[in-house]
Write a protein that binds this ligand. Structure first.
Ligand code: FES
Length: 515
């Protein structure tokens, strides 16, 4: 196994090689960079692989430019079973044509006896609707690349036999609490709690699986723009949520962990059922002891890239209010669960690059409109540069979490608790995603709803991707067509006529009693 940076690795076996999540170019408005720098690796050779596994669409796992330039299009993509085809579509757009569609939680045997299993998580809070882990077995050696997925437990992997290498996330990957407009002391206290929770979760997963060797991966990123430099864990701040691999090793030792292995970009571990021998391209202790110096040199190397990216964000010709109205209002209209969950207006204060507020816009969830902010109390407020929103509208971005929020280039204030629905909504700025998230939350209600249409009573949410059938359903005789993707269902038997599985709960609607 070769460490290739962040959540990326290449697994070489006699039955073929798998390249996982190669990420090199900065993500999220040039805020996140892989740490340590992996741009010097021989990507031509690494990209010449038999299989490619992209765990999910977060941009620190899915690096379109890098995949396009460096990864062989002869590679077969090992595809997680996600409810939408977006990952496959985006990979096809990059030139990949060979896809091996896995079934979640099922072991698949590839050529040469290479076995794989991908567990796909599909709740709206997992990744940008989906995150996954890859299990690999060859010649009795088992590896779990859990990546940054957070299944409730690792039972399904554990029951396949003892795992020799377990790779998992241990560091932070979010904007909380740094972006909140809170006194520094509160931020430090919340950050410390968060850092402790991250480690506790990591220890729980490690205990669950009890693998021979544990590899801390999938973070932390590093921040090379001056504006974000303070987020790097180099200031001895116990509230920093981005501890690095060397901190992992020392914290792990405190709870008795002695089997941790750090892979730098270019480190190679030779793994057998009995042993793990690792060779590093540089002295690991020296690297972390002089982390700040290495980061500063990395920052200098990336200055031109950051400047180039920043220069591409401004689109002053864009009318942001009109653009947000056009993008968001139709979705507000369709949203029931998410809109109820948000429960109040959300204000965006848009600033000039110098920090002056130039425009304030409210996304009014109860009022179902996007409008100029009035002199009103709001429960949630974001403050960010106007040019970032201009850019999101310019590129027609449908997921503001996987772009704006993960960039940490904003500040936030709220009254009351964290509200998952606010972020779920802003990651679902397309009809397909919104319908999926709405249906997902709906189906988790104990009293999942039925509707009556055309003489039939059936479930309100489409068994395909959860579209609201009061809006998208058309009944003709016994046949229901959902207009979101055109799937058809026989209401008499509940059978889906378009695809195997996906039965619908349906029955004849009771006759109305005669007046
Ligand atoms: S959600 Fe796709 S056909 Fe209904």
């Amino acid at each position: 196994m070769t460490g290739t940076g962040h959540a990326s690795m290449r697994i070489d076996t006699e039955a073929g090689s798998i390249l996982c999540d190669p990420w090199v170019n900065p993500a999220y408005f040039a805020s996140w960079f892989p740490f340590p720098d992996n741009s010097q690796l021989d990507w031509e050779t690494l990209g010449d692989c038999d299989y490619l596994y992209v765990s999910h669409l977060h941009r620190d796992h899915f690096d379109a430019a890098h995949l396009k330039r460096y990864v062989s299009k002869r590679a077969t993509v090992l595809l997680p079973e996600y409810p939408t085809s977006q990952l496959e579509d985006e990979l096809r757009d990059l030139g990949f044509t060979k896809f091996y569609k896995t079934v979640s939680d099922e072991v698949h045997e590839l050529d040469g006896g290479l076995k794989i299993m991908i567990q796909a998580l599909t709740s709206p809070t997992d990744g940008p609707i989906g995150d996954s882990s890859l299990w690999v077995e060859h010649d009795g050696v088992r590896v779990l690349n859990q990546n940054d997925a957070r299944p409730t437990d690792l039972q399904r992997f554990a029951e396949l036999g003892h795992v020799h290498a377990h790779m998992l996330q241990f560091s932070g990957a979010i904007w909380y609490p740094m972006v909140y407009e809170l006194p520094q002391s509160a931020k430090t206290a919340f950050g410390k709690q968060k850092r402790d929770r991250q480690f506790d979760r990591t220890w729980r997963y490690i205990d669950d699986l009890n693998a021979s060797w544990v590899f801390p991966i999938a973070g932390p990123p590093c921040f090379l723009d001056d504006e974000l430099w303070q987020f790097n864990d180099i200031f001895g701040d116990e509230g920093n949520i981005f501890p690095d691999q060397s901190v992992f090793l020392s914290e792990y030792a405190k709870v008795g962990g002695t089997n941790g292995i750090v892979l730098l970009p270019g480190s190679v571990t030779e793994l057998t059922t009995e042993s793990a021998k690792t060779e590093h391209p540089t002295d690991v202790d020296e690297y972390f002891a002089n982390k700040e110096t290495h980061l500063k040199a990395y920052k200098e190397r990336q200055e031109a890239t950051i400047a180039r990216e920043k220069a591409s964000w401004s689109h002053p010709e864009i009318d942001v209010l009109a653009g947000m109205k056009a993008r968001i209002e139709p979705l507000l209209d369709e949203s029931v669960r998410l809109a109820q969950g948000v429960g109040g207006p959300v204000r965006f204060d848009l600033t000039s690059p110098e920090g002056d507020v130039v425009e304030s816009i409210v996304v009014d969830f109860p009022g179902k409109e996007v409008r100029v902010a009035a002199d009103e109390k709001v429960r949630y407020r974001f403050r960010t540069e106007r040019r970032l929103i201009e850019h999101l509208l310019h590129i027609d971005e449908g997921d503001w979490v996987n772009s704006l929020f993960l960039s940490c280039r904003f500040s936030a204030a709220r009254i009351g608790q964290y509200n998952e629905f606010v972020y779920a909504f802003f990651k679902c700025l397309s009809e397909e995603r919104l319908q999926y998230a709405e249906g997902w939350y709906e189906s988790r209600r104990p009293d999942a709803e039925d509707i009556v249409l055309g003489g039939w009573k059936f479930q309100r949410r489409c068994p395909h991707l959860n579209a609201d059938l009061t809006r998208f359903g058309i009944v003709d005789g016994n046949t229901l067509t959902c207009q979101l993707h055109g799937w058809r269902f026989d209401l008499a038997s509940g059978r889906c006529l378009t695809s195997v599985g996906h039965e619908i709960r349906s029955e004849k609607a009771p006759e109305r009693p005669a007046e």
